[in-house]
Design a protein around this ligand. Structure first.
Ligand SMILES: Nc1ncnc2c1ncn2[C@@H]1O[C@H](COP(=O)(O)OP(=O)(O)OP(=O)(O)O)[C@@H](O)[C@H]1O
Ligand SMILES: [Mg+2]
Length: 429
């Protein structure tokens, strides 16, 4: 039996349709590689859950390492500082790469430890009694000291990497929308200061986050708006087909054009949905050897399985919402249009618009809905609105067994070409 090559919720085997973004990142990094100077301001990819931000960044990390960069990766979590993690990851990265000559290693480790102390990282070096007393008297680590410690870290790591034949340092920060404001302010200030001496600072910071990220950054420091924001779009039809076809092709298994078309139409360019649908089709078909072909029948047969997975995800999202959040989502789901204005929501709920600001922002924060132009919002993932309508219609979260599925419910026949369309359903070679 062949292994299932699809990866719902994990890194994809084939990153399809992101050439433009990858080129953009390479251009950004080539400045460091060629001139040894700072890549530019913070570069951030924003987009809803499941659109492929982490996957893109991980691929960029691999690519950067293949081009001689040392990299560090951190993911922000709500209410937890990310700088301590960043400092220790940068320290580990340079150690793992093993680029320092033995004579420098000891000194660098001490240096890292003293920088780490500013971020509350424990040290194996004995802190002098005086320094310890000073630290415990201060409630939080002083912001100014953290900024200059972070500057030192980024500057010294980047130049050390370069001194020893590497290209420079790249720091990746995922889930940037969840970063604490204090830590972001320190990062932005440090980068701003280092930009003044760009030719001495061979590093870059690349991040990703939900569509709320720009607001979070500007809120942390006014010049957060100097960040380069790039929106990560859904996949174009050709890329969506490649995302499904290529992992199978690597195992010698083909999809018929009709089957590919059906999956792509159902997923609407959403990478996560593509993976779920392709994974389910494969599970049902269980191809056992190269040369087998996945057709439309198997896509159909896989739908209930894909439905189950999506239903579980939507049910978890719905259950985690507050009453007011549910009311907002209910209005949106029943509006009959893809986008809804704040005023429409307020009117439907009989409340002033301002009263809905907080729950609305929380839904955006969680990546469930996203801003869509002036005062408008929409759901981020196709299918959730239908789930909500069904949930409301049955008075409870629909059971996957009896309720019409997310991917079915009369849509199935309309969207998927019928199985008898056998003429077109021939292998793609
Ligand atoms: N370009 C792509 N080609 C094929 N599959 C992809 C692509 N990008 C992402 N995927 C798949 O889509 C799913 C979601 O990807 P990923 O976790 O990178 O999204 P994300 O934007 O980081 O989501 P979240 O906001 O929830 O962290 C994964 O199953 C991944 O394998
Ligand atoms: Mg992610």
């Amino acid at each position: 039996m062949l292994p299932n090559p699809y990866a719902p919720g994990e890194l994809p085997r084939v990153l399809a349709g992101r050439e433009q973004q990858q080129d953009r990142i390479r251009g950004y990094l080539s400045r460091i590689g060629t001139y040894g100077e700072m890549g530019g301001p913070l570069l951030v990819f924003q987009g809803p859950r499941g659109v492929g931000k982490t996957s893109l960044l991980r691929e960029a990390q691999r690519d950067a390492e293949a081009h001689g960069f040392i990299t560090a990766w951190v993911a922000c979590r709500r209410n937890a500082p990310f700088l301590p993690d960043l400092v220790s990851r940068v320290g580990k990265a340079i150690e793992t790469a093993d680029i320092l000559p033995r004579s420098e290693k000891g000194g660098w480790r001490l240096r890292l430890e003293s920088i780490g102390l500013e971020f509350g990282l424990p040290s194996v070096v004995k802190v002098s009694a005086k320094a310890a007393a000073e630290r415990s008297s201060a409630e939080a680590p002083p912001r100014g000291a953290q900024i200059s410690a972070l500057e030192d870290l980024l500057h010294e790591t980047g130049t050390r990497v370069r001194d020893h034949g590497g290209a420079g340092l790249v720091v990746f920060i995922d889930e940037l929308h969840a970063a604490t404001r204090d830590d972001l302010a320190v990062l932005l200030n440090a980068m701003q200061n280092l930009a003044g001496r760009r030719e001495e600072n061979p590093f870059a910071v690349i991040g990703a986050g939900l569509p709320s990220t720009p607001g979070v950054l500007v809120n942390a420091a006014t010049f957060g708006e100097r960040t380069t924001f790039l929106t990560l779009p859904r996949l174009e039809p050709a890329a969506a087909a490649a995302a499904v076809a290529e992992p199978a092709a690597e195992l010698g298994v083909d999809w018929t054009p009709a089957a590919l078309h059906a999956v792509a139409a159902e997923a609407q360019g959403f990478p996560y949905l593509l993976q779920v649908l392709a994974h389910a089709t494969w599970e049902v078909a269980q191809p056992s050897a190269a040369g087998e072909v996945l057709g439309i029948d198997q896509v159909h047969a896989g739908l209930p399985r894909a439905d189950d997975q999506l239903t579980a995800m939507y049910a978890a999202r719905w259950a985690a919402a507050t009453d007011l959040e549910k009311q907002i989502m209910a209005v949106m789901a029943q509006a009959g249009s893809p986008t809804v204005t704040r005023a429409e929501i307020a009117e439907a709920l009989g409340r002033p618009t301002q009263a809905l600001g907080v729950p609305r922002d929380r839904l955006i924060d969680k990546g469930i809905i996203e801003p869509a132009g002036r005062g408008e919002v929409r759901f981020t993932m196709p299918g959730f609105d239908r789930y909500i309508r069904e949930t409301l219609a049955t008075g409870a979260a629909p059971d996957a067994d009896q309720a019409p599925g997310r991917l079915g419910a009369g849509r199935r026949r309309r969207q998927l070409p019928p199985a008898s369309d056998a003429g077109r359903d021939t292998p793609r070679r």
